[in-house]
Design a protein around this ligand. Sequence first.
Ligand SMILES: [Zn+2]
Ligand SMILES: [Zn+2]
Length: 295
Amino acid sequence: MSTPLTPAPFRAPGSDGSGRHGYPPAPEPLPVPVMDNHTHLDFPNADVTVDVSAALDIAGSVGVQGAVQVGCDLESSRFTVQAVDQDPRLLGAVAIHPNDAPDYAKRGELEDALAEIEDLASHPRIRAIGETGLDFFRTEGEGLKHQRYSFRRHIDIAKRLGLTLQIHDRDAHDDVVQVLREEGAPERVVFHCFSGDEELARTCNNEGWYMSFAGTVTFKNAANLRAALAIAEPARVLVETDAPFLTPHPFRGRPNASYLIPHTVRTMAELTSTELSGLCAQIAENSVRAYGSWD
Ligand SMILES: [Zn+2]
Ligand SMILES: [Zn+2]
């Protein structure tokens, strides 16, 4: 089904009485533009389907000038290729998500799916293989074997195509690092929705891996994450929404979108005692180093 992409939820955030369940109001624009390096424009929010161009328009109006649209299965990876063709403000990432890989494997479809992912990844605006990795929170037992195998295969595809690897790591820091070391990491690795502590941040600093901070860093109970951000090399820091999930404080629980990233960036600037425009410029520079130019 082609997405009917209605701009309605973005028309006038906050000024339309959209209420507790609607999109939050647009924040004050950032002084220097940044990119959202991980978003899912194809995931609807309850009954709201997102219009790609409208979502990027409002993002642009608050200083979020581009995004990386991320595929999680064949359907959303195909959508991702369509989306990057449709809007030049997007780059893309394609993969079979670690929680979906076991289902593909059990149906005997994983090899074909990986072949199609590799095919889709040849598009010049697909710059990353992801999200892939390990998720010990939602997958268990036999499924983990398939998950590990799929992760290794995605690493191999990223290396052969010279693409960035976008990692989903949930409760699996040590194992993700171990698999990366065993396989040999691609040149550019991003931990999407970085959830590590100081130890993982130190590893990322040493290996030159990117740490992408999401709205979770704004949550009051994120002490480990804040400690990790405090020691993260500035040249390795990225920002993302993982929209429609992980809406930053103070709008936790409401739908997320790229235009809400200023909340996350402002919190990061406060936590690291960095001047806001300097942090934005650094994030933008890091984003281009991680994925190549959006131009
Ligand atoms: Zn993820
Ligand atoms: Zn995601």
